[in-house]
Write a protein that binds this ligand. Sequence first.
Ligand code: ADP
Ligand code: MG
Length: 311
Amino acid sequence: MKPIQSALKQWMRSNESFQSSLQEVKKEVLASSDVQQLLQQHPELTNEQVEKQLIKLYEYDVQSKACEKCASLDKCVNVIPGFVPHAIVENQRIRLSYHECPRKEKQIAQNEHRSLIKSLHMPKEIYEASFDKVDLTDPERKQALAQVRKFFVDSQNELPQKGLYLHGSFGVGKTYLLGALANELAQLKIDTYFIYMPEFVREIKASISDSTINEKIDRFKKASVLVLDDIGAEFLSPWFRDEVLGAILQYRMMERLPVFFTSNYDLDELKNNLARSGKGEYDELKAARIMERIRQVSQPIEVKGLNHRDL
Ligand code: ADP
Ligand code: MG
């Protein structure tokens, strides 16, 4: 009995319809612009070589190379979704090496960007914020933007030890400015953790005995940049003020890690709020201790301007 391979070859040679469809495919593959370009770049590929490696050329031809054949990454038509072939010719051998397609590359970059900005109870819109979109018609806002930008520029050399305490009325764009900063810092691979304080306080209250709280607090302590959004808007218990907020700030002060704050209150007003944490008591000393830490990790600046929420 003949070996199966040679029997198959003989069948292919003698089978007319198979031969004609093979010729069709060959014609199509050789006519494709990608394949033509490849063959022009590699004149060493003889007709015989082309014939022998037709299946490789076919694969190269049918795969999308710059997402041109796919409606989206989910609908990628390639054998390995999200990967495109690069043809390499060595010693007349064609090899296809697969790499991430442009859409996949973009998705990876986006995921990495997202992973650098973590947040607790923050609106999604912080991810869309950018310095370019900050409204500068208001000169007062320019100053705050300049300070925030300076932090970004300095971060290109070394992460500054101090963040900013942005205070001003509701809706002037304090949170937005810091969202823009976090997006820019992510380009430098610097991670930011955003905490919306009122929700965080509520969450801690509801789960004091929950073991994940300590883990979370640890992450806030160690993030490269920490943003405490809307501080002062909530009622802090003395325990939260001293053991949670105090501990986070103490750690960051010692490690020289910057903290940003946004608040509707200036530093004096915040101090008063912090002193009133205990029911009916006025603990100036404890409040002063927190304020001292806030001053160590940030620099105050007022954000003025129009209420953006009304625009
Ligand atoms: P604040 O934190 O001072 O209360 P926000 O940052 O939440 O104010 O801004 C209020 C609203 O205005 C938000 O919906 C925000 O997305 C929008 N906003 C603020 N600044 C800008 C800006 N420069 N460009 C576009 N939208 C902005
Ligand atoms: Mg805000």
